[in-house]
Design a protein around this ligand. Structure first.
Ligand SMILES: C=C(O[C@@H]1C=C(C(=O)O)C=C[C@H]1O)C(=O)O
Ligand SMILES: [Mg+2]
Length: 466
């Protein structure tokens, strides 16, 4: 059982209200408490009643950090396509500038943290599918559990207005204690059963792969990533908490993420980091080029060797390395990048993988880096602008947040963004799953089709459809 000193938040809140009056604008109050340890899924589920539709979940591949947010103290969103990264950054800086932050720990990812993401291409025609997700969508949560290197912290964030009185803070204090009393392990309900899978425009998709591949041999386009969709229908409402827990169990070596919005939930298990910033240290990942896993250790090793020497896949990978190297060179002083890819083996697939490390210059913020990198040729193509235009033109799918940056940043500028692949959008008793692949001049549509099949597997399994 957990309880937190209640008088403290009221006193702090009154100071924040005084500051709001002085400044004539809202003021953020944020406080951090250390907890004895708490299961992240217990926390996520305990918010189901009060905060359904306003939750997020994040875990990195090494289980170094878990972030689970419940409720929205402040939402930053934008329907404007131009400067969307910059706009989010400016609004975030404004909130932090006046904020009162009570945090006596030096851990990253605690105190005010913004969690969310961007759509893949704000200039693509919108469809109903992603109506709940604007082109930029970020939450500053009301309550957030951080588990960092096995230590647990609870952050509480309140936006105090000029006209607020102590009753607001009393309400928060009561709500928080209620939440902490309700930490429970959820009763397992019968899982939803898959009744139908619709494969969206399979033949048309394969034709577009052939057409684009043909076009690539003439240049100047070198690579275009094309994606497709599966629509799944279940016999009842899907339990997103359970799907996240399944992903955690089944795809341990990946980032697990979820972002709810107005009843929908976008979630997935991606192996691909876009960029991580920890102080001035920058980490990025080149991931492109794929082959299946073997059924025996020997076959698996042989397939890995084949991938490491396959020209088509090496070229597909090389484009990503070149672009990331160039993009980071503008913001980093030192870049360390091995000259040959290695293998990343995950449950259903193996990839060519090149890790990148850099040292950021003073003025390079995490969102600036995200802007420079997105989309890398692993998700868009090369050259970047023309590839995205080609996708806009030929791809039937509305990608929404699929293949786009999703992640978090803390109030000290640390944070991490992953590329939201191996993902799906959960909508009541239905789900859309997305998968794509890098098309280069000698791509063959049948093998690209099979490759996307491998990439659907993690989500299909987590949904009980495999
Ligand atoms: C586009 C996806 O994956 C990307 C494409 C890859 C490829 O074509 O080899 C490999 C890894 C990812 O960068 C996806 O999973 O949907
Ligand atoms: Mg590929």
């Amino acid at each position: 059982m957990y309880t937190i000193q209640e008088t403290e938040i009221i006193e702090r809140g009154l100071t924040a209200v005084d500051r709001a009056k002085e400044l004539g604008r809202p003021v953020l109050l944020s406080e951090v408490h250390k907890l004895d340890g708490l299961n992240p899924f217990t926390f996520l589920n305990s918010g189901e009643e009060l905060f359904l539709g306003e939750r997020f979940f994040w875990k990195d591949p090494k289980d170094e950090i878990f972030l689970i947010g419940l409720g929205i103290a402040k939402q930053i969103q934008s329907v404007q396509a131009t400067d969307r990264f910059f706009r989010v950054e400016k609004e975030w800086e404004q909130i932090l500038m006046d904020g009162l932050i009570f945090n006596s720990y030096s851990t990253i990812g605690i105190g005010p943290v913004l969690f969310g993401g961007f759509s893949f291409d704000p200039y693509k025609n919108k469809t109903e599918l992603w109506a709940k997700y604007p082109d930029s969508l970020f939450y500053l949560p009301k309550y957030m559990l951080t588990i960092m290197n096995n230590e647990a912290y609870l952050t509480t964030n309140v936006i105090c207005l000029e006209e607020d009185d102590p009753s607001l803070l009393e309400k928060i204090s009561v709500e928080r204690n209620q939440l902490m009393l309700s930490f429970y392990l959820k009763h397992e309900a019968e899982p939803a059963v898959l009744s139908e899978i619709k494969e969206i425009s399979k033949d048309k998709w394969k034709r577009s792969v052939d057409d684009v591949a043909k076009e690539l041999s003439g240049g100047p386009l070198k690579k275009v990533v094309l994606a497709r969709e599966l629509r799944l229908i279940f016999n009842k409402q899907l339990d997103t908490g359970k799907i996240i827990a399944n992903l955690y169990e089944q795809q341990h070596e990946s980032f697990i993420f979820a972002l709810e919005s107005n009843g929908d939930c976008f979630l997935g298990a991606t192996p691909e980091r876009l960029v991580k910033k920890h102080g001035t240290e920058i980490f990025s990942t080149c991931l492109a080029g794929s082959i299946s896993r073997g059924t025996t250790a020997e076959e698996d090793r042989r397939l890995g060797e084949e991938l490491l020497h396959d020209q088509k896949n090496l070229i597909e990978h090389h484009y990503v390395v070149e672009m990331i190297r160039e993009a980071l060179a503008e913001s980093c002083d030192k870049i360390i990048l091995p000259d040959r890819p290695q293998l990343m083996k995950i449950r259903d697939i193996q990839h060519l993988y090149t890790p990148v490390i850099g040292k950021a210059r003073k003025d390079s913020s995490l969102l600036r880096l995200v802007e420079k990198l997105h989309p890398t040729p692993a998700l868009g193509g090369l050259p970047q602008k023309q590839a995205v235009e080609k996708i806009r033109q030929v791809e039937e799918l509305d990608r929404g947040f699929y293949a786009a940056p999703i992640g978090w940043l803390d109030y000290q500028g640390n944070g991490e963004f992953a590329v939201a692949i191996r993902s799906g959008l959960i909508q009541g008793n239905e789900a859309s799953l997305f998968a794509g692949c890098g098309v280069v001049a000698d791509s063959d549509s049948e093998s690209e089709y099979l490759e996307t099949g491998l990439k659907f597997r993690p989500m299909l399994r987590a949904l009980g459809g495999e």
